[in-house]
Design a protein around this ligand. Structure first.
Ligand code: WT7
Length: 652
């Protein structure tokens, strides 16, 4: 097998869409061609037509794109809609009794909700938010396990025009606090705890800690009972979900909001110490989330769609909470860890619920691949007809394994490139049409003008030459701004090429067929197990420790996680003794876990006397990266302030 994989790397094998799949696919080659032509000839007319056909408007729009404040683009500006109505109410005539959500808890508990029940639950939750005085535009932070109520809470916010900001349950109390404060949230929806790897994740305790000092904007906390352990409830502030939500009426008049009304904020890491609140709109976001769900995943009425992402990430917004519901699909929600209680869990869930479309991250694929072929072979995966990948480049070896072992050689794989900022999939195959190549996300979707440019912004024409990945035209689901910091929005995404292109922050190249191959981030952002981490964020967390004077964090390739976190730390005062070093390292890792969350803990930590700097005082990151990778040093070290430290940095 591994020889086979080697040859794939060199051969650049091409996989035509399987005939059986293509025959019944929603989108045929001619449809795709028609869409591409329409988008090319009249981009605004194209998006306007799709927005009219795919959105139920309370008040139709007359303006398609307002670029008067570019690059703060606004779409469908005078239209009014409600996203929750578009996801739920529209299905009540034909799909009220169709299963919307199949939920499986980590302990094996299964619960199903029909569209009718989900609609009622969302209405109850929306009524309870309203009863607490939450108004359109107010921010609500959701800090929950991956249970149906998390989706209910998001949809409930959308129903009353409140702006949700989901914070991943794996983030620490301090990260939660930063996000609550930045968003100025009035309400937090959480749970006593959730299950992960057989342990309880203490969400309410973390919420209490976050609210203990600061977070003065928070008036109410709604607490779902999930794990059942004892927690403390603060009189007047904290309300049990089962008291406040369950008693409400199951109908709720929606609030019709403007197309540009913010649907949600989602914090993501950038190249500074502070995460940024990516702000998405209602109509534009919804449009692309729905279209891509149908186009890329070929969703049909009898499909069971499982996107394994948590709602704390953008993937869990667009392909759990919004897109699949908009498309009227049945989705699977699984609360726990992929390998709990054993490495067969994902495949057991697929088999038990008849999953037909499975969407996950390369890091999960690699981790499960390592456990061997026998594990998935023990489960009936024959219902799966389409596989998807997201979050980082998928290496050909993992692609081949996914294709052969999970897809039984019969399923197309859609490798989908996009970002928190893009709101929806941008570059991906159309499964019944596009031939795929292991490791390539193939071509941009119709209407998305992806391009590769050089430092001066000129298109890179030569096949296989790398450059900046940019998007040449605005698209409906693009981020609108960074919450509270529009200057940072312009600086981060637009200024590099004088506001002409959206700059994704990735480098990429195209091959002779015009296929895109993503090479990685060009900024100080790491991609660890498909999650974005800012090196600066980890550095600030480290220097917040009383013993740390300075820190530099770099990424290092990792077999399963894609990238791992490598930290160089300089201590205050005297260099710790050998025996102190080991305990200090443990303490610092735990410290970062507390500051940011377990996913940000450095995998390796090297305590050094000083960091390599140029004479002008800049940390030589490229050098640190090379050392972390164990590469021989090729760069010029003559400007190094203290050449003697090289040995120490190497761990000698
Ligand atoms: C970054 C965005 C999109 C949801 C998950 C991550 C990387 C994403 C791919 C892919 C190669 C990918 C990029 C991008 N990325 N998908 N299919 N192939 N790289 O969202 O946290 O906003 O991260 O993830 O580097 O910029 P995110």
């Amino acid at each position: 097998m591994s020889q086979n994989i080697e040859s794939v790397l060199h051969e650049q094998r091409v996989f035509e869409p399987p005939v059986a799949f293509s025959r019944s696919a929603r989108m045929q080659a001619a449809d795709l061609e028609r869409l591409r032509r329409e988008a090319r000839e009249d981009p605004l007319g194209y998006w306007a037509r799709l927005a009219r056909e795919h959105i139920h408007w309370q008040k139709p729009f007359t303006r398609v794109l307002d670029d008067s404040a570019a690059p703060n683009y606004r779409w469908f500006t005078d239209g009014e809609l409600n996203v929750s109505v578009n996801c739920l109410d529209l299905h009540l005539t034909e799909r009220a009794d169709k299963t919307a959500i199949i939920f499986e808890g980590e302990a094996g508990d299964v619960r199903k909700l029909t569209y009718g029940q989900l609609h009622a639950e969302v209405s109850r939750c929306a009524n309870s938010l309203r009863a607490l005085g939450i108004e359109p535009g107010d921010r609500v932070v959701i800090y929950m396990p991956l249970v149906p109520e998390a989706v209910v809470a998001m949809q409930a916010c959308a129903r009353i025009g409140a702006v949700h900001s989901v914070v991943f349950g794996g983030f620490s109390a301090l990260s939660l606090k930063d996000r609550i404060e930045d968003a100025g949230a009035r309400c937090v929806i959480t749970a006593d705890g959730g299950w992960r790897g057989g342990q309880i994740v203490e969400l309410k305790a973390a919420t209490d800690k976050a609210l203990a000092d600061g977070c003065h904007s928070v008036e109410h906390v709604i607490v779902l009972r999930r794990s059942g352990q004892a927690i403390s409830m603060q009189e007047g502030r904290d309300h049990w979900w089962h008291d406040i939500v369950a008693t409400q009426a199951s109908v709720c008049e929606p609030v019709w909001v403007n197309a540009e009304h913010p649907l949600f904020l989602l914090y993501t890491s950038g190249s500074t110490g502070r995460p940024k609140g990516i702000q998405h709109s209602s109509a534009g976001y919804f449009l692309n989330a729905k279209l891509t769900s149908q186009w890329v995943f070929d969703l049909r009425d009898d499909d069971v769609f499982w996107c394994t992402a948590d709602v704390g990430w953008i993937t869990g917004h667009s392909y759990v909470a919004y897109g699949p519901l908009a498309a009227g699909a049945t989705l699977v929600l699984y609360e726990g860890a992929p390998t709990y209680p054993d490495g067969g869990r994902f495949w057991r869930v697929c088999a038990a619920h008849g999953v037909s479309i499975f969407y996950t991250a390369p890091t999960a694929i690699r981790a499960l691949m390592k456990l061997g072929d026998e594990i998935p072979a023990a489960y009936d995966l024959s219902k799966i007809r389409l596989l998807g990948s997201v979050g980082e480049p998928i290496n050909p070896e993992a692609w081949m394994w996914y294709h052969r072992v999970i897809g039984g050689g019969r399923c197309p794989i859609v490798d989908t490139w996009w970002q928190t900022e893009t709101g929806a999939i941008m570059i991906a195959p159309i499964p019944g049409v596009t031939a795929t190549k292991p490791g390539s996300c193939t071509q941009a979707l119709p209407g998305i003008e992806a391009e590769i440019v050089d430092d001066e912004g000129r298109p890179v024409m030569a096949a296989d030459a790398g450059g900046y990945l940019v998007i040449r035209r605005p698209w409906p689901s693009m981020l609108r701004t960074i919450w509270g910091d529009n200057a940072r929005y312009i600086e981060t995404y637009w200024s590099k090429f004088q506001n002409r292109y959206y700059v994704a922050g990735d480098s990429a190249h195209r091959d002779a067929d015009g296929y895109f191959w993503i090479m990685g981030r060009i900024d100080d952002v790491l991609n660890v197990a498909g999650h974005r981490l800012g090196t600066m964020e980890i550095e600030s967390a480290l220097v917040a420790h009383p013993r740390v004077a300075e820190a530099a964090v770099v990424g290092r390739p990792h077999e399963i996680k894609g990238e791992s976190v490598f930290a160089y730390v300089v201590c205050k005062g005297q260099r710790p003794s050998e025996s102190e070093l080991a305990t200090l390292k443990i303490e610092l890792r735990a410290w970062v876990g507390e500051q940011l969350g377990a996913i940000a803990k450095p995998d390796e930590l090297r305590i050094v006397e000083n960091l390599p700097k140029t004479r002008s005082g800049k940390i030589m990151r490229r050098l640190l990266r090379a050392i972390a990778r164990g590469e021989s040093i090729t760069q010029d070290v003559s400007t190094l302030e203290n050449p003697a430290i090289l040995e120490q940095l190497r761990g000698g």
